[in-house]
Design a protein around this ligand. Structure first.
Ligand SMILES: *Cc1c(COP(=O)(O)O)cnc(C)c1O
Length: 416
């Protein structure tokens, strides 16, 4: 049966070239989608492609200054096998909870290469960090007091870095996490006092952490942010009168999700960064200066795959109902920080060679109108049993979704 065309024009989307196909079937690290479905034993599933992650890391290494360290921010995708894979390829792991710290340690990374940020770390999380020797990026003076007490109890000083809430904002960031009043970090103007308190304590001072925001695709605004970050770090460190070992300049490198978005060109930010690094080393000596990246390393390496369970037409609009939805992939549904809902890039993964036949509404099984996986998306003629692929799903997918909402079965995760 030919697919009916609604009168609404389909919207454009960002082409995805990181995954190949063998004609019909989408390939994940050389494996056909139907083979992956058999491996998963069911749909829906997430599949993460090792070769794409490795390419992303190699691309960063070859484009950025050679002395710039690369950390992986685990919260983007904490799947243990994936963290184990990335761990030896990066210089550090950044965690945001006690369980993430455990995943990082399980990967074999030395605690000295792990740092722990996040407002509201609880006492047992702080104890885990002190006992293991991970660096704690403190985000309040209360946290410092708790560390004083804990260190006394455990009999071991803490490795402390100060997370600074900068006195500037990152422009064009999808999610601002620094500047103005914030729950994150310690305001830059309070940092000198905190550094003094660390100096007069038993703890080891590791350095500074300045994270301004996430999902930035604008090279110019990232350059401005780097300028501001280094100016602030230099100003604070001149006052510190303790040597600095690590400077974490945050990350925030974005990836294209939506129509019209273009991949970031790293070479546009690399040269200015090199100059910042050089002058920082000159003034403060050998320092581990690193960026912490989550989605930039893993986002484009993952797909979410669900299966069409029903096709129906309602007053001129054609619907494909799938067995996955916002409960598995909140961000693709548009309900994770988006103001206006936009489509993630989508394909029918078992019909990669078929021409588009018109706009389709792809919706999940949940009883809520928010459960939309694709809106008016131009796709090949689609049938029950077809596999809907949602690209750019390697970060903030599985663990960023309310998987118990409506008590549907859980998706499988696979590293391929
Ligand atoms: C979330 C987070 C990151 C990772 O952000 P991405 O946009 O995934 O790169 C890095 N650092 C901190 C402190 C974070 O909270």
């Amino acid at each position: 049966m030919p697919q009916s065309h609604s009168n609404k024009k389909p919207v454009e989307h960002t082409p995805m070239s990181q995954f190949k196909s063998d004609g019909q079937q989408l390939l994940v690290n050389g494996k056909q989608l139907r083979e992956l479905k058999s491996r998963a034993g069911k749909t829906p599933f997430y599949a993460y492609d090792r070769s794409i992650i490795e390419n992303n890391i190699n691309h960063f290494r070859s484009s950025m200054p050679s002395r710039l360290g690369l950390h992986y921010a685990i919260k983007a995708n904490p799947m243990p096998a994936l963290v184990d894979f990335i761990s030896p390829l990066v210089d550090g792991l950044d965690v945001a909870s006690g369980l993430e710290l455990n995943v990082a340690l399980n990967s074999g990374k030395s605690a000295s290469a792990i740092s722990f940020a996040g407002p509201g770390k609880n006492l047992s999380e702080l104890e885990m960090a002190v006992a293991t020797g991970a660096t704690i990026n403190i985000e309040s003076t209360t946290e410092l007091e708790r560390l004083n007490q804990l260190s006394e109890t455990i009999g071991k000083p803490a490795n402390i870095a100060v997370r600074v809430n900068p006195d500037f904002e990152l422009k064009s960031s999808g999610m601002k996490m620094g500047g103005g009043s914030q729950q994150f970090g310690i305001d830059a103007e309070q940092v000198p006092d905190v550094l003094n308190a660390i100096k007069s304590s038993e703890h080891y001072y590791k350095g500074l952490h300045i994270f301004t925001g996430s999902q930035n695709l604008n090279a110019d605004s990232i350059k401005v942010a780097h300028e501001n970050i280094f100016a602030l770090a230099v100003r604070l460190q001149r006052d510190a009168q303790m040597p600095i070992q690590c400077l974490n300049i945050g990350g925030g490198l974005g990836i294209p999700y939506f129509p019209g978005e273009k991949p970031l060109q790293l070479n546009e930010i690399a040269d200015a960064l090199e100059l910042h690094l050089d002058s920082f080393y000159q003034e403060f000596g050998d320092t581990h200066i690193a960026m912490e990246l989550g989605r930039y390393l893993v986002g484009n390496a993952g797909i979410y795959v669900c299966e069409v369970t029903d096709i129906k037409e309602s007053r001129g609009t054609r619907f494909a109902i799938v067995n996955g939805g916002l409960h598995h992939h909140l961000s693709a549904s548009g309900n994770f920080g988006q103001v206006i809902r936009k489509n993630y890039p989508v394909a029918i993964g078992n019909k990669m060679d078929k021409p588009n036949a018109g706009p389709l509404q792809i919706v999940g099984p949940l009883c809520t109108p928010l459960d939309i996986m694709a809106n008016k998306y131009d796709l090949p003629d689609t049938d029950i049993g077809d596999l809907v692929v949602i690209y750019q799903s390697g970060a903030y997918g599985f663990t960023a979704s309310p998987r118990d909402f409506l008590s549907h079965p859980q998706p499988v995760e696979m590293l391929v």
